[in-house]
Write a protein that binds this ligand. Structure first.
Ligand SMILES: N[C@@H](CCC(=O)N[C@@H](CS)C(=O)NCC(=O)O)C(=O)O
Length: 218
């Protein structure tokens, strides 16, 4: 059986977890933080999530896990069959990560410590966020799903990307979700789903443990 390693407070962990639940693939969860002894054998980069396949192979990187799961368990599909449509799903995922998640992640230390980030960092992050907003505004119809009528991997990916975006962009007094037409309503629709509700409940249940872990490391 597949084992998903990581912790529920991680937005990246929740991406393959949502995919596994959506596809109905049986899996077990291994609650572990990246600094745990031996974790480097699962992922040398010590990032969460990682996954162990039924054959005992280890894989890491959230988007790579998603692609693996799509290859291994094609139904229900999370990628369209048309190559261009598939590339659009991947482009949304990539741009949401590069231009929204990763820049906002740079602000998390300031969120956690309630300190003001340097102006130069804010400017860099704002520039990247503008690129992300432009891309998602251009390519997401949000009607009802990001790319239109089909629910895809992009819907899952962006849902969890946005948790870090909310936290980071708040420091800049930006509400990225409101800057992209239709995204707020799309987000509400997705949240009102049994899998999303389960994952959100698991996040809440791990909150105390996660902050205790962070405190133990500082
Ligand atoms: N590129 C990685 C990023 C994963 C990532 O940043 N995970 C965070 C938790 S949300 C982590 O492991 N942080 C620990 C660290 O950076 O040491 C992926 O797509 O899986």
């Amino acid at each position: 059986m597949i084992t998903l390693h990581g912790f529920a407070y991680s937005n990246y962990y929740n991406i393959p977890k949502h995919v596994l639940l959506y596809k109905g693939v049986p899996f077990t969860e291994d609650l572990v933080y990246g600094s745990a002894e031996g974790y480097e054998q699962l992922n040398p980069a010590r990032k969460v999530p990682s996954m162990t396949t039924s054959e005992g192979q280890h894989i890491a990187e959230a988007s790579v896990l998603c692609e693996y799961l799509e290859d291994m368990f094609p139904e229900p599909a999370l990628l369209p069959t048309d190559p261009f449509a598939r590339s659009r799903v991947r482009q949304i995922m990539r741009c949401a990560e590069l231009y929204l998640e990763l820049p906002c992640r740079r602000l998390l230390p300031f969120v956690f410590t309630q300190q003001t980030p340097p102006e130069s960092l804010c400017e860099e992050v704002n520039t990247m966020l503008d690129k992300g907003v432009a891309t998602l505004s251009e390519f997401c119809s949000c009607d009802p799903f990001l790319t239109g009528s089909e629910f895809t991997m992009a819907d899952i990916y962006v849902r969890y990307v946005l948790t870090v975006v909310d936290a980071g962009a708040a420091v800049l007094k930006r509400d990225i979700v409101s800057e992209i037409d239709g995204l707020k309503a799309w987000r509400g629709r997705l949240a009102d789903d049994a899998i999303s509700r389960k994952i959100d409940a698991d996040v809440e249940a791990n909150k105390e443990g996660f902050f205790a872990y962070i405190a133990s490391r500082s």
